[in-house]
Design a binder for this molecule. Sequence first.
Ligand SMILES: Cc1cc2nc3c(=O)[nH]c(=O)nc-3n(C[C@H](O)[C@H](O)[C@H](O)COP(=O)(O)OP(=O)(O)OC[C@H]3O[C@@H](n4cnc5c(N)ncnc54)[C@H](O)[C@@H]3O)c2cc1C
Ligand SMILES: Cc1cc2nc3c(=O)[nH]c(=O)nc-3n(C[C@H](O)[C@H](O)[C@H](O)COP(=O)(O)O)c2cc1C
Length: 771
Amino acid sequence: MGESAFDTSDIIIVAVVTVATGLFLWWRSSSGSASDANSNKGTQPASRDELSAKEGTFSGRQSKKTITGTLETLQTEHKLLLFYGSQTGTAEDLATRTANEVYANFGVESAVCDLEDFDFSDLLTFSAETDAKVVIGFFLATYGEGEPTDNAADFYEWFMDGRGKGEDDDIEDIGDDIQNEKQGTGINYLVFGLGNKTYEHYQSMGRRVARRFEAIGAKRIGPLGEGDDDGSMEDDYLAWKPKALEALSAFYGVKDMGGKANRGIPHVPLFNLSAESSLPDKSVFHGELSGDHKPRRFKDGPGGDDKRQFVEVSAKKRILYDAKNPLFSRVIASRNLFSETYDEIKVSSTDIVPSPPKHFTATGSSIKVLRHCIHMEFDLSNTGLRYESGDHVGIYGANSVEHVTALAQALGLSTGALDEMPFPNPCSVRTAFTHYLAITSPIKQHQLELMAKYATSEVEKEVIYSLVDDRTLYIEKIETPQKNLAEILKDFPSVKLPLQVVLGELLHPIVVRYYSISSSSKKEPQTVSITAVAVRYALPQKSLMQNDSAPAHISYKEGLVTSYVNRLHEGTSGLPTPSADAEGVYSSPALPTHVPIFIRTSSFRLPRDCAAPIIMIGPGTGVAPFRAFLHERVHIAAAGTSKKPVGSTWLFYGCRRTEEDHLYKDEIGTLLNTVESWKSSTDETEKAKAFDLRVMNAFSRVPGQPKVYVQDLVSKMGKEVYDVLDKQRGYSDVSVLLHKLGQEYGGRSEEEAKKWVKNLKTTGKYHEDVW
Ligand SMILES: Cc1cc2nc3c(=O)[nH]c(=O)nc-3n(C[C@H](O)[C@H](O)[C@H](O)COP(=O)(O)OP(=O)(O)OC[C@H]3O[C@@H](n4cnc5c(N)ncnc54)[C@H](O)[C@@H]3O)c2cc1C
Ligand SMILES: Cc1cc2nc3c(=O)[nH]c(=O)nc-3n(C[C@H](O)[C@H](O)[C@H](O)COP(=O)(O)O)c2cc1C
């Protein structure tokens, strides 16, 4: 699924409150009725029935959409369907941007479609005659060992018909055996793959799907795009896009009206705001992420509408919680795992250093940034939601009050207008800014282009267009200093953006962040925990309207989700925390500190056989899943129910200094002591529980001592590590040095060592959890 909280059509239904009247506003298309909202838009109908589809996700999926049905909803003669296979929203974002540009430049309507919502069987019935004006595009991210995203899995399985799985990267073979079938001769397609060159199976999805289309006789109408996250996804997309647009324009035989020629034409907002009064409070969104009109976290409490109760569903009833339908899980515990410790950022003596916010201190030419690593636990009880140790949890964050206020001020909104009461329609501006829109992300060039349309000063307009046209200048002035909308608006006071443009077109939705689960599902099935390091930094920013010699201002930055997690931890989330009465009824309709989460299954698992030895290597928060594994192995041993003794369990763990950031030091110490007590016990039953549990620590910043990293420790114990992996059929969880060990202790050549490691991977003995 595109794991953004809201797709474009969802945003249409975001409602806002008028500034002065206290009436309620909701999105309407320029032509009037809510039902034909978006009809003048590039990204349209895929989601016309999105709401009902999402309604279905609560207790079961609705039936899938068809390609033919979706094409029928597009009003223009030429049509474009853009499918995305996306885990963290990038592919979805690029598909949406492409659709918008195709509409703006060619007047061709598109549908941006989530692969998992579709039944593709009618794709192979496309005919060159009737579907000559249709192009189908795919934006496909690759994950894991060259695998599809979750939302692309069914499509991929069906389309590839069992070919090109996992390690099998021999894309030349895909579909060669069906050369004669040519079922796809009526299909015109485009592919843009998203990947990261550091992964072994780079771009598997885009390449394999394109290869398969070719094999079934489909016609690719533009270049195969490949975006590399390790370099710059944006640069790669921007290099591909003009070629793709040119190919589309040639294919449709329409003139490209885009580009600079278009700049003199005023922007017509895609949505209007209109006022509505007295909608029932129950139908107002307070940060829920599912797309229907009913906040389903609540049911009416015994007190009536103003008393609400969390809907808790019996554990027997399985509900599909996923990126589109996250569980609002109660935070049940949190603690900071670091002692008071700081990072230091040097600033230039000419930089203007504003008074720092909480967690930052400024002294002379340096800024100290307080480090936090939060262990947070979420409640899964009575939800039916399950996980396995090694899985990931997806978390949606929320923006801080400070950021929401800063943006409101930059837009010239009175802060009172953010939450004029009540909000009986979808949501307030505050809710949209807090829960739905990525207001702190740096603004991209296409967003600047839209902003330029609203600049009344010609000088400002010129500066904005220079940033749109010159990528190097843009990177220097906006991307590197990470300037967000509020910061840019300060530099361009003549830019007066209509609120509906900000909400509906300019800002991107908040996307989910993943965390490796640090709790053991065997030991704590009702709790899921994360170990998250707060992202904090400070960057010098210069005004975009001043010359280069002007001093820079320091801007204090924090990661969206980790700062939210930290605010939850400190009890300063800014979100109301209503207390429940004896019957579990919450007296406030607003969101308490329940966090939207879901579980993403991972292949990063403990071996099924608890007797198999494991070697875990993880610096910093990389220890998160290993905390779960350590607890699980001790838990299994303590239960004494396993027929075999628990296998060797070794952890190589690295941090800066034991006094600073030694994660779970006490807890791990207790586990080691427990195992030691079993070893020395005189009771035979207790003694039988003992196993080879070892934790090797590497410290990289002990004053006066050489820096030691995990790889140094693994090298030092190279022979033992090699023997566990090779002779004892052990499992390892990181690739560090394995090739080297294979050569040094296995007497293999470089090539043979590579094969040995590959074999460890294909036999499931070696796993990576990378972020
Ligand atoms: C499978 C998986 C598992 C993960 N597990 C964990 C885990 O267990 N624990 C954990 O802490 N994280 C984990 N992560 C990372 C996590 O998902 C988030 O990316 C991370 O917490 C930051 O999220 P955020 O919303 O706070 O920051 P964001 O708002 O996303 O900000 C991060 C961005 O800020 C910018 N940035 C950061 N530092 C600087 C700097 N010094 N200068 C300039 N720009 C900077 C970068 O552009 C960076 O991409 C995992 C990721 C994946 C994919
Ligand atoms: C856990 C993880 C695994 C990944 N595996 C691969 C891979 O095997 N091959 C590849 O080319 N890219 C891989 N990538 C990179 C993603 O495809 C890339 O970041 C992409 O932009 C994500 O798109 P999305 O935001 O739409 O999900 C991986 C990224 C992550 C976070």
